[in-house]
Write a new protein. Structure first.
Length: 158
């Protein structure tokens, strides 16, 4: 990973991981078969050095990942304008890794349980039935993280 220019804004790796694990969504950036960049929002769930997300079992996103599995994930939180400084307070995470499609049903269910536990925790009683109905038509991708960094700019003290 390139060295951060504004080192005083760097967060710890632990803080960067915490932000990625808790973010509402992240932007997945990849390279298409035509060599052009392509980015989409995803709903990530994190387990150790692995980020899971769900998708359709076919489509352009999977074509991109098959073409070039090296990806970048970005998320941000605490974004607050600071008009008097013509600036913005924020926390962000940038992560790099290698994506692969999950084909093992046991791992797919594990990933979906993580995702649903994060985004639908109050509805987990219906999880097993939803899996029975839709596992075969749900795609899962995992990203094995290689590098992760965080950056922040805090609000000025008043």
């Amino acid at each position: 990973m390139r060295e951060m220019r504004r080192k005083e804004r760097a967060t710890t790796e632990e803080e960067a991981r915490r932000l990625l694990a808790g973010c509402e969504y992240a932007v997945l950036s990849m390279t298409g078969p035509d060599g052009k960049p392509y980015a989409v929002p995803i709903s990530p769930a994190v387990s150790g050095d692995t980020v899971y997300f769900h998708c359709a079992p076919a489509g352009y996103k999977l074509e991109c990942l098959e073409h070039e599995p090296e990806v970048c994930l970005v998320c941000a939180d605490g974004v607050v304008p600071i008009p008097e400084q013509f600036s913005t307070a924020y926390q962000s995470t940038v992560a790099f890794g290698r994506a692969e499609t999950v084909t093992d049903d046991e791992e797919k269910i594990y990933a979906l349980r993580l995702i649903c536990g994060k985004y639908a925790a109050d509805n987990m009683a219906g999880f097993d039935e939803a899996i029975r109905r839709s596992l075969s038509r749900t795609g899962i991708v995992k990203i094995i993280l290689r590098e992760i960094s965080g950056k922040q700019k805090k609000l000025p003290e008043k």
